[in-house]
Design a protein around this ligand. Structure first.
Ligand code: SF4
Ligand code: SF4
Length: 186
């Protein structure tokens, strides 16, 4: 984890913006650190989960939305279940990711964003992720020109264990899924 720098360009509006999108007040957080001490990804984060929360409380939009933490968070919910004040930090990370994309801030982990886009694009198109198609999309988005054979060994293992399909599957309710995605964009 990088050393924490001081707040930059604090803005009172940012806390209100986040709380409105989050639908929950975050003022009950007293920074006990239980969320961060249980998080399995802190070794790679630039800010700890409770530090992200503190940045939001202080209105430090630039630092909060530009943090790699948002994109490295694995949405495992450990922080949320450990919080004594029932702050849904995993949900807060989700909200901050959405605000970061909407605000067009320079994203710290571009490959993770490309993975999210490829994954959600696959679900939006077919109602269920099609791994081979998603991988092709991800490689295109990240301009990954490595030979495909480099992924073949892992691909074969996944196929052998029934975790990889060669053709996309048709599911029921595909139109409803498309409608969910359409509404989420409104
Ligand atoms: S566990 Fe809850 S109260 Fe404690 S620092 Fe994290 S968010 Fe704040
Ligand atoms: S949801 Fe994200 S921030 Fe919370 S513990 Fe899991 S990885 Fe860490």
């Amino acid at each position: 984890m990088a050393p924490v720098s001081g707040p930059t360009n604090p803005s009172g509006d940012f806390l209100a913006e986040v709380e409105a999108a989050f639908g929950q007040s975050i003022s009950s957080c007293f920074h006990c650190g239980k969320c961060s001490s249980g998080c399995p990804v802190t070794f790679a984060m630039d800010f700890l989960p409770n530090q992200i929360l503190r940045l939001v409380q202080m209105g430090c939009k630039e630092q909060a939305l530009g943090s790699s933490t948002l994109w490295l968070c694995a949405s495992c919910q450990t922080c949320t279940t450990r919080c004594p004040n029932e702050v849904d930090i995993a949900g807060l990370m989700d909200v901050l990711r959405q605000l970061a994309v909407r605000a067009g801030v320079a994203v710290a982990e571009e490959d993770v964003v490309a993975f999210h886009d490829a994954f959600l694009g696959s679900v939006a198109k077919r109602g269920r992720v099609f791994e081979a198609g998603m991988l092709a999309e991800f490689r295109m988005r990240t301009r990954d020109h490595r030979p495909w054979l480099e992924d073949a060994e892992l691909g074969w293992e996944m196929f052998r264990r029934g975790k990889l399909r060669l053709l996309p599957e048709r599911i029921r309710g595909q139109q409803e899924i498309k409608e969910i995605f359409r509404r989420s964009e409104d």
